[in-house]
Design a protein around this ligand. Structure first.
Ligand SMILES: Cc1cc2nc3c(=O)[nH]c(=O)nc-3n(C[C@H](O)[C@H](O)[C@H](O)COP(=O)(O)OP(=O)(O)OC[C@H]3O[C@@H](n4cnc5c(N)ncnc54)[C@H](O)[C@@H]3O)c2cc1C
Ligand SMILES: NC(=O)c1ccc[n+]([C@@H]2O[C@H](COP(=O)([O-])OP(=O)(O)OC[C@H]3O[C@@H](n4cnc5c(N)ncnc54)[C@H](O)[C@@H]3O)[C@@H](O)[C@H]2O)c1
Length: 449
């Protein structure tokens, strides 16, 4: 039986980061992958999504703002197949770089479905491997609606396999994926409907941001259907999909994408051979060191109940590898103040607590809020108007910045550095002490009054 210091199940963001760092520290490492090398982010997540977002940004620059900047955009056409060639080429090159990194670091790559046998053993097909440590980085997959006609619906994995763009789409869901895909599709000229059960999408974000998002979508974006919960879908003779609520036909569209969250991949993993436990949502339970109920088995990334983000999985993996193979102080990572961006039009960014969360945690009287709303110079130059709205949530007499929220042009590339400042517990006075960069949107964060 072949033996390793570390076996990792899953070659996605978390698994690969753990493997490479552990191998760099001298460990003999194997990664087992049942699907495609490099997992969700590269093949059916962040990477093809961001390229689709870029394509719709280009469309927006041409059609919405181009004429204002003096461009004649009448004869511009868009070939989705050509875009897919470049998008999928990029994805292929990214995937290949994962393979090259494994080779460079001497990581063994094993193709097949892995199951735990207990006592450090992992089975893949007919073969059994032994490891001192095992990391479960099996990720997640799209959740599915359980209503009549659900088999007619696509999810984000299916979207990335589309070979053409339909005329009309309904996107059901209110999270990151629903907002991003609906806005990208709208930008590419598809009649798009965003269907949410409550009043607005992104309800876990600061209300200022989502108020602005809803207003902007009404002017330029997918059509929002608030308080809508389709409970049945039917196919018409021409292949369209009818969406019903309480027996009433609400919408007929070419395709429906469901984007209602993601489920952890824990089935048939052999967990019953171990003392590994799942929480009430089905995620693998871990302690702060990412250790499961089994002493030598760890779990990280989307399969545990933490923010489902690529850099989160990567950081957890690297911390764990340092802990196991470089005398690192612990396998823990700090899950607070994680900067996050929604690639909508325009982009949304947040770090830390929303205003409501901060008031709840520290008491309303201990929170001071600064906001600034202005119009994007880029949009105005294109003879259109688009608001940018920024907020700092400050706590205590020192006004430590505990929340930063923004919607507007360029926010995606703006907030990473503020994440560093917030980790260092920067105060409003620290922000104010910085000289602004002019003319930018970012300067508003250091000039708020
Ligand atoms: C559409 C979309 C867009 C996204 N955009 C962003 C973004 O912009 N920014 C961001 O930070 N995050 C984004 N995410 C989230 C991000 O992709 C995930 O958080 C990240 O990929 C999780 O990494 P992971 O290593 O935990 O799992 P994964 O990348 O899912 O990897 C898990 C791997 O394990 C394999 N596996 C599962 N079970 C077994 C088994 N028993 N044996 C062998 N192999 C197995 C799977 O085949 C898979 O390859 C997006 C996700 C989606 C779906
Ligand atoms: N830009 C990014 O960083 C990015 C982009 C895409 C995805 N992601 C990650 O992937 C995760 C999964 O994305 P997601 O958008 O699928 O999930 P999500 O958790 O962000 O949102 C799921 C949404 O679906 C809604 N919902 C749940 N059940 C529903 C139902 N039956 N009908 C209608 N709506 C329902 C929920 O209210 C929620 O708003 C995200 O949480 C995020 O961590 C990140």
């Amino acid at each position: 039986m072949e033996e390793f210091d570390l076996i990792i199940i899953g070659s996605g963001s978390g698994g690969s980061a753990t493997a490479n760092r552990a191998a760099e520290r001298g460990a003999k490492v194997a990664v087992i992958e049942a699907g495609v090398l490099a997992g969700t982010c590269v093949n059916r997540g962040c990477v093809p999504k961001k390229l689709t977002w870029y394509a719709s940004r280009v469309a927006e620059a041409i059609h919405r703002f181009g004429p204002g900047y003096g461009f004649d955009t009448d004869k511009v056409s868009f070939d989705y197949h050509k875009f897919l060639e470049s998008r999928d080429g990029y994805v292929g090159r990214s995937r290949a770089s994962y393979g090259r990194n494994f080779e460079k670091n001497g990581v063994y790559y094993i193709e097949g479905y892995a199951q735990l046998l207990g006592q450090g053993q992992v089975q893949v097909g007919e073969k059994t491997y032994q490891a001192k440590y095992i990391v479960l980085a099996t990720g997640s997959r799209p959740s599915e609606l359980e209503v009549p006609g659900h088999e007619l619906l696509d999810n984000s994995d299916d979207f990335f396999k589309w070979t053409d763009l339909p005329q009309s789409v309904a996107v059901v869901g209110a999270g990151y994926i629903a907002v991003e895909l609906s806005q990208a599709l709208h930008g590419l000229g598809v009649e798009t409907h965003l269907v949410v059960r409550h009043d607005r999408p992104l309800r876990t974000f600061d209300k200022m941001v989502t108020d602005e998002l809803v207003e902007m979508m009404a002017k330029n974006g997918p059509e929002l259907h608030p308080y809508t919960n389709f409970d049945a879908y039917k196919q018409t003779e021409s292949g369209q999909i009818e969406c019903y609520q309480d027996g009433k036909l609400i919408l007929t569209v070419d395709r429906v994408i469901q984007a209602i969250g993601r489920r952890p991949n824990t089935e048939n993993l052999g967990l019953e051979q171990t003392s590994i436990k799942l929480d009430d949502k089905g995620f693998i339970e871990v302690d702060e060191n990412h250790q499961t109920g089994e002493e030598n088995v760890f779990a990280l990334g989307d399969v545990i109940h933490r923010p489902q983000l690529t850099p989160v999985a990567i950081k957890a993996g690297r911390s764990l590898a340092e802990y196991l193979f470089n005398d690192g102080p612990s396998g823990a990572m700090d899950y607070t103040n994680i900067p996050t961006v929604v690639f909508s039009h325009p982009t949304i960014g947040m770090i830390g607590l929303t205003e409501d969360q901060a008031k709840k945690e520290f008491g309303t009287e201990n929170i001071k809020v600064y906001t600034n709303r202005f119009f994007s110079m880029y949009a105005s130059g294109g003879l259109d108007r688009e608001a940018c709205h920024f907020k700092l949530v400050c706590q205590g007499p020192d006004e430590t910045v505990v929340g930063l929220h923004a919607i507007g042009e360029g926010v995606d590339e703006m907030i990473q550095g503020f994440g560093v400042a917030m980790k260092m517990k920067a105060t409003k006075a620290d922000f104010d002490s910085v000289v602004a960069i002019h003319p930018t949107g970012a300067e508003e964060f250091v000039t708020m009054r």
